[in-house]
Design a protein around this ligand. Structure first.
Ligand code: SAM
Length: 247
């Protein structure tokens, strides 16, 4: 019954979902937390390594096609979790790799994992989930690559997801790329974001139509250039990856 209510749009208020998200990600002892945060210990070695390898291969394909450097100067990993992306993206980063997450524990774990594989200087940023703009102001830096995977589906709603895109636009240099993954919905209404019971449905909270996100990105000031769909992988299903470029 609760799922049906969620599907039909009778979800909880976005403010309630946001506060549930805040309390979930800040309590490391919560059930499934290390797995949901993509820590090496929670996801398991193979899945954890595959996340980074697959994303790096996709990024390099996008970058070559768009004639953007495959060795960015500064990277921000927004929602870095346990560093599955960081261990492959930090070694190709020339100047600085910034680990940003709503969880301070994950930021520290991400940096630990980076230090185990390379000497790329790191930055650390704890995102205020309710006021992420403040985090961006404090960063006082710009990046060539804004990396955000397995995060937008966890946001409280479409507005929160798009707010992150607008922050990406602020953080990127002109010509820089946002490499963004979203969970997409199809014509089947059951694939839409659930909008309630954050803990139970966190990875299905916010979904986009494939074209909807393309158009919304442009409205946030990022030009959508390329897309790759992954209908299913070993973790979940219905993922769309976008290469968005700041004009
Ligand atoms: C599934 S993990 C993904 C980690 C990494 N990006 C990856 O692809 O392996 C989700 C991470 O997003 C963080 N997160 C959740 N909501 C967020 C938000 N609104 N903004 C930024 N990070 C968020 C969580 O703390 C968690 O570390």
């Amino acid at each position: 019954m609760s799922h049906v209510a969620g599907f039909l749009g009778a979800g909880q208020k976005p403010s309630r979902r946001l506060s549930d998200a805040q309390s979930y990600w800040s309590a490391e002892a919560a059930p499934g937390w290390t797995e949901n945060s993509h820590w090496r210990s929670g996801l398991g070695e193979t899945n954890w390594e595959d996340v980074g390898k697959e994303h790096l291969a996709m990024f390099e394909q996008f970058a070559r096609a768009l004639e953007v450097s495959t060795h960015p100067d500064v990277v921000i990993d927004w929602g870095c979790g346990g560093g599955a992306n960081a261990v492959v993206f930090a070694p190709i980063t020339k100047r600085k790799y910034i680990a940003a997450d709503v969880s301070g524990e994950s930021v520290m774990e991400c940096v630990r994992q980076v230090r185990a594989v390379c000497d790329t200087p790191t930055g650390q940023s704890i995102i205020d989930i309710a006021e992420p703009g403040r985090t961006v102001e404090k960063l006082k830096t710009q990046c060539d690559l804004f990396l955000c995977t397995y995060v937008l589906e966890l946001t409280a709603d479409r507005d929160e997801a798009l707010r992150i895109l607008r922050l990406a636009e602020r953080l990127l240099v002109s010509g820089g790329m946002a490499f963004i993954q979203v969970k997409y919905h199809t014509a089947d209404w059951r694939t839409r974001g659930y909008k309630r019971n954050y803990r139970r449905n966190l990875s299905n909270m916010t979904t986009f139509g494939i074209e909807e996100f393309w158009i919304a990105s442009a409205a946030c000031g990022l030009m959508p250039k390329l897309i790759t769909l992954v209908p299913r992988n070993s973790l979940d299903s219905r993922y769309a990856y976008y290469a968005l470029v700041k004009p």
